[in-house]
Write a protein that binds this ligand. Structure first.
Ligand SMILES: *Cc1c(COP(=O)(O)O)cnc(C)c1O
Length: 379
């Protein structure tokens, strides 16, 4: 990152390293291809078109969680046959967007939703392809707000509903079941939950076979974590290990396609948020470094207690000190990190918040009438 360039820019701004993005995508792709796995990029992590473009060009599919994400994916040029549409609360309007575009599959999360899709498809004289999002009851061992695969979570169809669903399915003439879908959570850094997922998927997959229901694809979701602690030492997640676990433990039947929906692991480390220090305020126990970026630009620390590595880019001091690094928004949760060790920091210094390429810019808000973030790209 060229410092002189940065100093000319209006802050705060998002900064994307497109070379690192490409390297990450290539690595994921090579490791997935070893086993003929298909990757759909989970758009919700970052819907910036400059980020979507290379993802599409490398041949990834798209995983969308709203009608507008489906439209964005189409706009960027993802093929409809490569677009999966997930989400626990799809509106009729959103379902119709999927139907009109003949997408790859609706990942369905309740009986009522399946019935509504059937009705809407009937009205259009279409057959909708659906996958059942099953709740595998596997603990992802991640933050509770980003755990999705437990029976207590709102997501997915629980195992006790399955019999009922397969009784109903043959009566619904405008849908066809093509796949099973799973997603147990996000920022998962241990491979154990993924191994446990495989074991559960094998059981469920076998159960469907025993019912004589043909399942064409298994979609294992996303959730692979990144190294937020040392993003510069480990910029690219271990895709080889990740896909290797599925190759080792998943037992698909011949001809079943295997799909994944990776979000964070593909885009998080290529982004950072650059901000300027407005003020240093002496506290009782700690000093506050008050930035011009706040939770309106990056909300993850406020809502998930997420850790981001923070660096002073411009201080030339040899001293280090501890700071609570906070934003200007009128909320106490507007804090990027407590007792963060930084080079001695002054008004006007430039601060880099690392690993903000996923769930950063997309989650920014206009609260306090904040302005949209400028974005800078490095090719
Ligand atoms: C959010 C989400 C993903 C992507 O999760 P990451 O942790 O970013 O990889 C994949 N599938 C579904 C259904 C999701 O909701």
């Amino acid at each position: 990152m060229n410092l002189e360039n940065i100093k000319q820019q209006k802050t705060p701004f998002y900064y994307y390293d497109l070379a690192l993005l490409n390297e990450t995508l290539e690595d994921a792709k090579i490791n997935a291809q070893k086993y003929n796995y298909h990757i759909h990029y989970a758009l919700k992590a970052n819907t910036n078109t400059k980020i979507l473009q290379p993802i599409k060009e490398l041949g990834f599919g798209a995983d969308c969680v709203s009608g507008n994400e489906v439209l964005r994916a189409l706009e960027v040029g993802f093929a409809p046959a490569e677009i999966a549409f997930a989400g626990v609360g799809k509106s009729d309007e959103e379902i119709n967007i999927g139907l009109d575009n003949d997408i790859f599959a609706f990942n369905c999360e309740s009986i009522e939703e399946i019935e509504v899709i059937n009705e809407l498809a009937k009205a259009k004289n279409k057959i909708a392809k659906i996958a059942l999002r099953l709740n595998p009851n596997v603990d992802a061992k991640t933050h509770k707000y980003i755990t999705t695969g437990l029976e207590e979570n709102k997501f997915g169809i629980n195992s006790w509903e399955l019999e009922n669903i397969i009784d109903i399915l043959p009566k619904l003439e405008n849908i066809v079941l093509t796949g099973l879908h799973f997603h147990i959570g996000s920022q998962i850094t241990s491979m154990t939950p993924f191994k446990n997922l495989c074991i559960r998927v094998n059981e469920l997959n076998t159960w469907f076979k025993e019912q004589n229901i043909e399942i064409k694809h298994l979609n294992l979701g996303g959730g692979l974590g990144i190294d937020y602690n040392e993003p510069e030492a480990n910029p690219i997640p271990d895709f080889e290990l990740f896909f290797g676990v599925f190759n080792q433990f998943l037992e698909p039947f011949p001809h079943q396609e295997i799909h994944f929906e990776l979000g964070r692991s593909l885009v998080a480390n290529c982004g950072s948020l650059i901000s300027k220090v407005l003020y240093i305020k002496k506290g009782i126990k700690t000093n506050f470094a008050i930035l011009d970026a706040g939770m309106t630009e990056l909300i993850r620390p406020a809502i998930y207690q997420a850790y981001h590595n923070i660096e002073n880019l411009t201080s030339t001091s040899n001293e280090v000190e501890f700071y609570d690094v906070v934003g200007p928004i009128c909320e106490s949760s507007d804090c990027f990190g407590k007792r963060v060790q930084l080079k001695e920091t002054k008004r006007g210094d430039f601060i880099k918040i690392h690993s903000t390429g996923a769930y950063g810019e997309v989650m920014s808000s206009k609260y306090n009438l904040r302005e949209p973030n400028p974005v800078i790209y490095k090719d």
